[in-house]
Design a protein around this ligand. Structure first.
Ligand code: GAL
Ligand code: MG
Length: 988
């Protein structure tokens, strides 16, 4: 006899999406009375979270016929994903489906978790509803061994009226969850594929005549001053509606007539993300009260501009998944609030719920704390694009064009809209992500528009094919992902476009990234039609797998579970690490989207541009400033933002470099961010000048040399340097009888590729940049008046390829041991951009402190340096290492004019140059960083690695999308690297 699941087989039935579920409705928790509503504690909700019995089967085929009544073999918490409890295995896949592409069929090896528990019912007076807010991917439900129903849609609530199935006393419930169903074809989002009951489960006890659903619409008059609130209720009887002001005082009461009530508010408090004020509406029926927060606001499009309450808004957004390394999908309010606090602290004002409705209460938190939300339906079917043969766009859209999927697509779009329709934070509905284009999405867009034209409709994946041009009439924005900066400009300027433009994904934040956010921001600011973008993405996805011996957390990504297929570390592409430590990319983004920007005027006064839309800076922030000379503070003060330009009193300036550094500080407490928080900063260069260090042209001290077969030995009073004639560089340097370098110095063009070099690195490996050798053609030594000059001609070339660089190198060594370096480089034709060029030194391990004048304290590169300012900083090799989970190039400092790398007593090197250079100190070699797959596997070098670079290639965001912007590519054909290397004596 077949078991009941195989018998029913809903999970491979196109036509059956839900069985016996209630119609989707707005998310709310009912209360028994006003008193309960006022303290947010409901006696009408009975949670069934906690420990459930659990039996795992590898396939529904293996379920015994009596599985519904069997005792569970084990226990598991709810909500949770079963992969975190040792069942099945983790798998991270992006585009590729984790099963054969054969809709509606799913593999017979379809993991199945049977959940059981008991619950008590005290009375049958009320209707009893069972709610499951999220189950991946589908489930069959029995109560007291009677079949109740079925549902498939992982990220939306399924509600069942179970009144007829329960009795007073103890009841039991069995839920069989399958990992895959035909709905999985619509859930191909780029994420770990986790399973089980991952959101809350509860019973609602509701009076027989209760509100089925309701809608609150707000309108604003033309002056954007007075608001109307219209309430529509689906309820058998009349409903008492009580409206409270933002301070909690009652405004007025009225009863619905024919299901409708309305309120007029003069001089309304308007909701926006900067000041998310909410009214409260109570909907009271006999024995039940529902509490709904109401935001008065209006979203509209004028021409190509998105307006909120009549003002142009810009999204400084991120894409957010419900994802946590410890609990997977089963995030709590605490997790979400931690994200929201971090977002607010980093000036983020918008969230796209990629690519499914985030937790049920998520948009309500956005209402309360202030975020603009693009609420996306639980849809992605990207994997169809892998089909072999035919036109790829048509393959991509196969599901969108397949009528048999149409109901499921509409069902998902409706669930999304109906759940969150009363949330003011939601200003756009998204039909889904990367699901191709076809009639189903046209129908979906039409349904959304006719149901709710108070918001905008978004869908990015618009494709035309030979036989089909999609109808985009019901889409309100022109949305794209990963368009390069130049392309964005073109879109803004093109008259072909008639809709507001947004980037629903951009500036891919994978690893050491993004490097182009400022360039995008400039274009966003420049055009009113460009409403901003959403960084891909908020967090790194990983699974915590215990601690390594060195104490580091083991965060595992795709491939670490032996799964097939997988997409490696492509899930580690967030602005925060899995544990929510900010990446330097988040700090970068924060300052790029800072709420205020300073402009230096010719008379050295400063004008401030307020980047907030609804907030007066004067009320919100204060400024602190310092004036620095060559990175050292010489004056400071604070000021209020006012209408006049700010003019600090300036010192008399000599030939040093003077900067005016202004820190913007939040003045008031807000819900998530306290007064005193630094919102951002500006650094203005008052004067560019010289460093205080003079290169010696003559010294008292003597210097001499001896030429040997292989080496040139240069000797001064207290130093001895060995120049290796075959390497064209120093192989030993000793000062005060102490070793300065532990190994020969190296010419260095390689770096551990960053994630953004996913494609570029193939060109680099192809050009042999990771395996060059040096060939010296000629060495000449001369003695000048005060120095020994070693000149040589050499090249760097990879095995089996032509030279990469030809270098005329000159080293002038002075009597105090100072070396003046000049490397005149010519790059061969036809080669790709270089990772870097400079010298690499292996210093004694204890020489690990760096004091520098340049861009810090965070890692900085030509295109990723907005979180850093130009000043004087101190760091150590360990502190300077940015611990990307997949190790890669990190920790460079751009725009330096000076760096001293020493031990604690000052013994080591100082490097200086008139032309700014980059440097890096690290406990790890670039080879080690390139080789290891996880940070916890890294082994320190026995030396401190000190790299001084003429240049490093830019960072960009090329792990997904555009190539590095040309101006940031290290593509020079001829360049000269000049700097001074001065050993410093030990301070006794
Ligand atoms: C986009 C997609 C995202 C993610 C990103 C790459 O195409 O919408 O879900 O996969 O690429 O990280
Ligand atoms: Mg995708």
């Amino acid at each position: 006899m077949k078991n009941e699941i195989l018998e029913r087989s809903n999970h491979e039935n196109w036509e059956l999406l839900h069985e016996n579920t209630e119609a989707p409705r707005t998310y709310f928790m009912p209360f028994a009375d006003i008193a309960e509503a006022s303290i947010d504690t409901s006696s009408r909700v009975q949670y069934l979270n906690g420990e459930w019995g659990f039996t795992y089967y590898e396939s529904p085929d293996l379920l015994p016929s009596d599985f519904i009544s069997r005792k569970s073999e084990a226990a598991i918490p709810v909500p949770a994903v079963w992969q975190n409890y040792g069942y099945d295995h983790h798998q991270y896949t992006n585009v590729n489906y984790p099963f054969p592409y054969d809709p509606p069929y799913v593999p017979v090896e379809n993991p199945c978790g049977v959940y059981t528990r008991e619950f008590e019912i005290n009375s049958l007076q009320d209707s009893i509803y069972l709610n499951l807010e999220g189950v991946d991917s589908c489930f069959y439900l029995w109560i007291n061994e009677r079949y109740v129903g079925y549902s498939q849609i992982s990220h939306s609530t399924s509600e069942f009226d179970i009144t007829a199935y329960v009795g007073v006393g103890t009841n039991n419930i069995t839920i069989a969850v399958l990992k895959w169903c035909d709905g999985s074809y619509l859930e191909d989002q780029d994420k770990f594929r986790m399973s089980g009951i991952f959101r809350d489960v509860y019973l609602l006890k509701r009076p027989k005549n209760h509100i089925k659903d309701y809608r609150v619409l707000t309108t604003l008059d033309d002056s954007y001053k007075n608001a109307g609130i219209l309430v529509e209720v689906d309820c058998p009887g009349d409903v008492e509606c009580i409206l409270f002001d933002i301070d909690g005082s009652e405004i007025s009461k009225s009863y619905t007539k024919n299901g409708k009530a309305s309120f007029a508010i003069e001089n309304a408090h308007l909701w926006n993300a900067e000041n998310p004020v909410l009214y409260t509406l109570l909907l009271a029926t006999e024995n039940e009260v529902i509490k709904q927060r109401v935001g008065a606001r209006k979203v509209e499009v004028q021409g190509r501009v998105i307006l909120l309450n009549g003002k142009k808004i810009k999204f400084k957004g991120v894409n957010r998944h419900d994802s946590d390394p410890f609990v997977g999908y089963a995030v709590t309010k605490e997790h979400v609030l931690r994200d929201m606090r971090l977002m607010k602290e980093h000036n983020i004002n918008a969230i796209r719920t990629a690519h499914y409705p985030n937790a049920s209460w998520f948009p309500q938190l956005c209402d309360e704390y202030g975020f603009y939300v693009i609420a996306e339906a639980d849809i992605e079917s990207h994997g169809s694009v892998r089909k072999i043969g035919g036109d790829w766009k048509a393959n991509y859209s196969e599901i969108a064009r397949d009528e048999r999927f149409c109901d499921a697509i509409l069902d998902r779009v409706k669930h999304n809209v109906l759940r969150d329709k009363n949330c003011p934070s939601v200003i756009m509905w998204s039909l889904g992500n990367e699901a191709g284009m076809g009639p189903s999405y046209e129908k979906a867009a039409a349904w959304v528009k006719q149901y709710d034209d108070s918001r905008l409709v978004h869908y990015e994946n618009l494709y035309s094919y030979d036989d089909y041009t999609p109808d985009a009439t019901n889409l309100d924005v022109y949305s794209r992902m990963y368009v390069d900066v130049a392309g964005c400009k073109e879109i803004c300027e093109s008259s072909e476009h008639t809709k507001p433009f947004i980037l629903c994904e951009y500036t891919h934040a994978m690893g050491n990234s993004p490097g182009d956010a400022e360039d995008y921001q400039e274009v966003i600011e420049q055009y009113d039609c460009f409403a901003g973008g959403f960084v891909w993405e908020w967090c790194d996805h990983a699974v915590f797998c215990g601690y390594a011996e060195n104490g580091k957390a083991k965060f595992h990504y795709g491939g670490d579970f032996g799964e097939f297929p997988h997409d490696g570390n492509f899930c580690m592409d967030g602005l925060v690490y899995p544990d929510r430590t900010p990446h330097t990319g988040l700090l970068e983004f924060k300052n790029i989207i800072r709420p205020v920007r300073a402009v230096l005027n010719e008379d050295n006064s400063v004008t401030f541009v307020n980047k907030l839309t609804f907030t007066n800076l004067k009320d919100f922030a204060i400024g602190e400033y310092t004036i620095e000379r060559n990175g050292i503070k010489i004056a400071s003060g604070n000021f209020e933002f006012g209408s006049d330009a700010f003019k600090p009193e300036l010192p008399v300036m000599d030939e040093g470099t003077y900067t005016l550094n202004i820190t913007h500080i939040q003045k008031v407490d807000t819900a998530l961010v306290k007064a005193g928080h630094v919102l951002g900063f500006d650094q203005l260069i008052l004067r560019e000048g010289k460093s205080d260090f003079e290169v010696p042209t003559s010294t008292e001290a003597e210097v001499d040399f001896i030429v040997e077969d292989l080496d040139v030995i240069v000797v001064g009073q207290d130093f001895r340097y060995v120049f290796d004639k075959r390497k064209g560089i120093f192989s030993e340097m000793v000062k005060d009888n102490r070793v300065l370098i532990e190994k020969p110095i190296e010419y260095n063009i390689w770096r551990a590729p960053i994630d953004n070099e996913r494609n570029l690195k193939e060109e680099w490996y192809g050009a042999g940049y990771d395996r060059t050798v040096v060939r010296v053609y000629d060495v000449e030594v001369e003695k000048g008046e005060a120095q020994v000059v070693i000149s040589s001609e050499l090249s760097i070339a990879p095995i089996y390829l032509q030279r990469t660089l030809t270098i005329k190198a000159m080293y002038a060594i002075f009597g105090d041991g100072t070396v003046k370096v000049k490397l005149d480089c010519a790059k061969s034709e036809h080669l790709p951009m270089l990772p870097r060029f400079g010298l690499r030194m292996f210093l004694p391990k204890i020489v690990c402190k760096a004091e520098y004048l340049g861009y810090g304290p965070y890692e900085s590169y030509i295109d990723k340096r907005r979180s850093s300012s130009w000043s004087r900083f101190i760091t150590t090799a360990s502190d300077n290492h940015e611990d990307y989970i997949r190790p890669q190039e990190n920790g460079s400092h751009w725009g330096c004019s000076e760096v001293a790398v020493t031990n604690s007593k000052g013994f080591g090197f100082t490097a200086l140059s008139e032309k700014p250079f980059s440097f890096n100190i690290s406990p790890f070699t670039q080879e080690e960083l390139a080789e290891k797959k996880h940070n916890y596997e890294l082994e320190e070098s026995p030396y401190t690695i000190f790299c001084i670079d003429y240049a490093q290639n830019g960072i960009g965001s090329g792990s997904c999308g555009p190539r590095l912007i040309e101006k940031y590519a290290f593509n020079e054909e001829n360049f000269v690297f000049e700097f001074v290397l001065r050993p410093s004596a030990i301070a006794e």
